[in-house]
Design a protein around this ligand. Structure first.
Ligand code: GLN
Length: 487
């Protein structure tokens, strides 16, 4: 097999099965590629080269003995640095966790390790997953492989940059309000947010617990289904994890979309999106029609209030979740304080970045006595209205499509002084988290405006990932997007 860098994970698995390549050769090729490109993009916070080599050797030995743990045994993987990894530094992009070495593995990590996937390393992200550009990382921004002056999106920016640059075949990200789908869209990749509760959150550092979900970042739809297969399903360590049996997401993925009803949101007929994004998305709708889908307009009047509700609910939950970083239990502790109060407040003042502090303050305010009903309570009501909008739409359609992001990748620094402009990146993605549904972003071409990738978001009702994958696969196969960044 000649192209170990650009092969999909499924192709690598196939080549391993046919003994055309060894896991060690794959790991070495990816390590060499990371040496070459990571200095330009800064996707990795921590590379675990030696461990990847060791894991790969063990995998080759298992395969030689006919004891491969899964079809993907030996196909390497990298993780957003929000997943705790036993013995491997995990910072969540924050100075407050600098040097923190967790004593256990997140369930996602444990399941992938169990399937024999060598670990390439930990990927950069916005601090505590708060952001849409990866510029909020305490350890420096990641750059977009398509344009080194542009952001890769966020908060899973390191994950997408590594996969888009050929420095990992696939990666795990997390999505609280769009952090898998938006960066995948900005880097020309597939990014998928499963139904809330489908993948265990155990060992995934909490941002907003009622919204957080882990999901795959891949080059193909098939790989996304395959990676989800490896980790989805019940976990007694996460009480919000669904107990129902999970299907095989690859089964029937090529079933086509003839006769499927696909909804287009009346309230989002393009205003607010860049012309180039609009052009590609309109073209995609015609493609879906050509493939046999029936397009239908669905009205979702509450959709547009998603951002306002999200930016109260997510900060409220984060202000509570981040209370645990007190200088006692994890990571950093400020030096020189003489009592516990000043130690805690100094640790937090030094350890958290601006955006995290802003969110903690917003959330604390929204939850405080006298304001709770007006802000947090009202946001929860809006959340219910959004969920109902989706339910009503699903009475008429099987799936809903929107752009993933209103714009292509923006320049580094362009939105850092304007948090509101940054928050608006999430307009199409946050409603899905609020409702808990599944969604995927698939590349739908390059924007005629700037030559950068555009993503199409396909949203499905909760636990209807299979229908979503089927549509995404049909679309992907018909489009045949095979552009790659020149880097
Ligand atoms: N961009 C959104 C935020 O800043 C979403 C982040 C995420 O999904 N983790 O909160």
């Amino acid at each position: 097999m000649d192209d170990l860098i650009w092969a999909s994970a499924t192709e690598l698995a196939e080549a391993l099965k046919e003994h055309e390549v060894s896991a060690v050769e794959i790991a070495e090729a990816l390590i060499a590629r990371a040496d070459e490109v990571d200095p330009k993009i800064h996707a990795y916070l921590e590379r675990t080269d030696d461990r990847a080599r060791r894991d790969a050797r063990a995998s080759d030995a298992r395969r030689a003995a006919g004891e491969a743990h899964s079809a993907f045994d030996g196909v390497p993987l990298a993780y957003k640095d929000i997943f705790v990894t036993r013995g491997v530094t995990t910072t969540c992009g924050s100075k407050i966790l600098e040097g923190f070495v967790p004593p256990y593995d997140a369930t996602v990590v444990a399941r992938c390790e169990g399937a024999g996937l060598p670990m390439l390393g930990k990927l950069n992200m916005d601090e505590f997953a708060m952001g849409s550009s990866t510029e909020n990382s305490a350890f420096g921004a990641t750059r977009n492989p398509w344009d080194l002056d542009a952001v890769p999106g966020g908060s899973s920016g390191g994950s997408v940059a590594a996969v888009a640059a050929g420095a990992a075949p696939w990666a795990w990200g997390t999505d609280t309000g769009g952090s898998i789908r938006q960066p995948a869209s900005l880097c020309g990749l597939v990014g998928m947010k499963p139904t809330y509760g489908l993948v265990s959150r155990y060992g995934m550092i909490a941002f907003a617990s009622s919204l957080d979900q882990a999901g795959p970042i891949t080059r193909t739809v098939e790989d996304a289904a395959a990676l989800l297969n490896l980790a989805a399903g019940g976990d007694e360590m996460d009480s919000t994890c669904l107990k129902e049996p999970v299907p095989n997401y690859l089964e029937g993925i090529d079933g086509g979309i003839d006769g499927m009803r696909i909804g287009v949101v009346t309230e989002f007929q393009g205003e607010g999106s860049q012309p180039g994004v609009r052009a590609r998305v309109d073209e995609s709708l015609r493609r879906l029609e050509k493939l046999g889908a029936q397009l239908e307009e669905v009205s979702m009047p509450s959709f547009e209030h998603g951002i306002s509700a999200y930016y109260l609910i997510a900060p409220a939950e984060c202000s509570s979740n981040l209370a645990r970083y007190d200088g006692v239990r994890y990571g950093r502790r400020a030096a020189g304080a003489d009592d516990i109060v000043s130690m805690t407040s100094r640790t937090r003042a030094e350890g958290f970045g601006r955006e995290v502090k802003r969110r903690i303050m917003l959330g604390t305010y929204a939850l405080s006595a006298g304001y709770y009903d007006a802000y947090y309570g009202k946001a929860q009501k809006v959340r219910t209205l959004i969920t109902r909008d989706f339910e009503r739409a699903y009475e008429r359609v099987d799936l809903i499509v929107t752009p993933t992001s209103p714009t292509t990748a923006f320049k580094l620094g362009e939105r850092t002084d304007d948090p509101l402009a940054m928050y608006l990146s999430d307009v199409f993605t946050v409603p899905v988290n609020l409702a808990g549904n599944a969604a995927i972003s698939v590349p739908c071409g390059l924007s005629p405006d700037d030559g950068l990738p555009v993503g199409l978001q396909i949203i499905a009702r909760s636990l209807d990932e299979k229908t979503m994958f089927r549509a995404a696969y049909a679309f992907e196969q018909d489009l045949g997007f095979d552009e790659r960044p020149q880097l």
